[in-house]
Design a protein around this ligand. Structure first.
Ligand SMILES: *Cc1c(COP(=O)(O)O)cnc(C)c1O
Length: 456
């Protein structure tokens, strides 16, 4: 270390002086939190000096300003809303399905004291799910429905309860890995239920399942290939055929559907909960925040006696959803119960007419003074583990910029934050995933990102 760095290190202001400087002193936040922020700022500066980098050493006031910025960032209400201009309707990193206004209202109503577990008629203790069960049964067309935190929880619960120590049989061709390195087979077995792999990656036959049952498997598991497709020399046993086998052997068939489409207003290629039940699945599992268009939740739908066994298992207590989640789910189910296409943001995104998207894009382009060539046709995807490879025709704005990555970052860090998609070195803002009422905010964000005062 040179003398200048040594002198700079020695001149670093002391903690107490930084805490007492104006920017931090005026902040009504616990001292321990301010201290952590100062520690972080001081620590980084010290590390740079020790590494021999030259760095300006601020005085106590300057240091307090930097620490204050950290505390402010930590304490900003998060997660902030963003404009999803990725063209991926169910974007896992952006919170999957946007909730409908009716679901948001229901969450606010339920946030205080609510009738969560009380029978209002008698005043006796009630069940947390009693008020959601009749509607969920009716909308899903199932004998009974149980609700847990997410589909992973539904899978864990159903396999633990029905597979027990003996295990569930699952085709190697259906050993799906979902996001973030999580694998369906591992989650299914996380409660101690062995997952018996049957068949090969590309071909599984009925006799493979039969052999697993003869070896003692207590249930069959079917997993929908929600995020990939197999082609070529492939064979899998159909769901109905597997259900017939399960029935003849007296074991339950659990079917992990993933996205949980109810059909109305959604691409017909995606299997529905009803179609899985009709084909003979005893329990169908799905997410609440994929094609159902609701909050993060897991639904276990099917035969009453099996659903009841899941509900009664001690694990259910650990997997139970929060009151605001249940409120949002109920409101989402109400939207599904209404005639026609449900009035939900997901369904509006699916239904958007490319002509309307083009008109919006042209209006934005004009307001921004961009070349009309910035309006491009694009391909949106549903995402969220549904319809792999399928696209919806869409329209995007190609943002004119010298630096795609810098402009994309400026938009992400803007107010409101905008997340686009980079494709072939072009920054695209796909309007299918932007609700029309956000166009004005999008325009503001684009102007700010272009503003030379705030270089993009
Ligand atoms: C998405 C998905 C899951 C996980 O659902 P979460 O609600 O995210 O826990 C499980 N299985 C399949 C087939 C899926 O597509």
């Amino acid at each position: 270390m040179d003398n200048a760095s040594r002198a700079a290190l020695a001149s670093l202001p002391k903690m107490d002086r930084v805490l007492e400087a104006g920017p931090l002193a005026s902040l009504a936040v616990r001292r321990g939190i301010k201290r952590l922020a100062v520690d972080a700022v001081l620590g980084e500066l010290r590390a740079r000096l020790l590494a021999g980098e030259s760095a300006d050493v601020p005085d106590a006031e300057g240091m307090a300003t930097q620490a204050r910025a950290r505390v402010d960032a930590w304490m900003t209400v998060r997660p902030r809303g963003v404009i999803n201009a990725t063209g991926v309707l169910l974007h896992t990193n952006l919170g999957r399905a946007p909730l409908g206004a009716q679901a948001v209202t229901a969450m606010i109503d339920a946030a205080g004291a609510s009738e969560l577990e009380i029978e209002m008629d008698s005043g006796a203790r009630g069940s947390r799910l009693a008020w959601i069960r009749p509607l969920s049964r009716a909308v899903l067309g199932a004998q009974d429905v149980h609700v847990v935190n997410n589909n992973a929880a539904a899978l864990l619960l159903a396999c633990t309860v029905l597979g027990g120590q003996a295990g569930v049989a699952l085709s190697r061709g259906q050993m799906v890995e979902i996001g973030d390195g999580f694998r369906v087979a591992t989650m299914a077995g996380a409660g101690g239920c062995p997952v018996v792999a049957v068949g090969s990656t590309n071909r599984t036959h009925l006799r493979d399942y039969e052999a697993a049952l003869e070896d003692g498997a207590a249930a069959l598991l079917w997993v929908h290939l929600s995020n990939f497709r197999q082609q070529g020399y492939v064979a899998e046993v159909g769901l109905a055929e597997l259900a017939a086998l399960a029935k003849s052997r007296g074991v339950p068939l659990i079917a992990d559907l993933g996205a949980g489409s109810l059909g109305e207003g959604l691409p017909p290629a995606e299997p529905t909960i009803q179609s899985y039940l009709d084909q003979g699945a005893d329990l169908v599992l799905c997410s609440g925040d994929k094609l159902l268009g609701g909050p993060q939740a897991g639904l276990v739908a099917g035969r009453a006696e099996l659903v009841e066994r899941c509900r009664r298992h001690p694990m259910s207590r650990a997997l139970r959803p929060d009151k605001v989640t249940l409120a949002a789910l109920h409101a989402t189910l109400v939207a599904h119960a209404a005639d026609g296409v449900p009035d939900l943001p997901l369904h509006a995104m699916v239904a958007a007419d490319p002509k309307d998207l083009a008109a919006r894009a042209e209006a934005l382009c004009k307001s921004l003074g961009w070349d009309p060539g910035c309006v491009r046709t694009a391909q949106a995807t549903i995402g969220g583990g549904s319809l792999p490879g399928d696209t919806l025709p869409s329209v995007a704005l190609a943002v004119p910029t010298g630096s795609v990555s810098r402009t994309a970052r400026a938009l992400r860090l803007g107010d409101p934050p905008v997340v686009g998609r980079i494709q072939d070195d072009t920054l695209l803002l796909d309007l299918r995933t932007v609700p029309p009422q956000s166009d004005a905010a999008l325009l503001t964000a684009l102007r700010a990102a272009q503003d030379p005062a705030k270089p993009a």
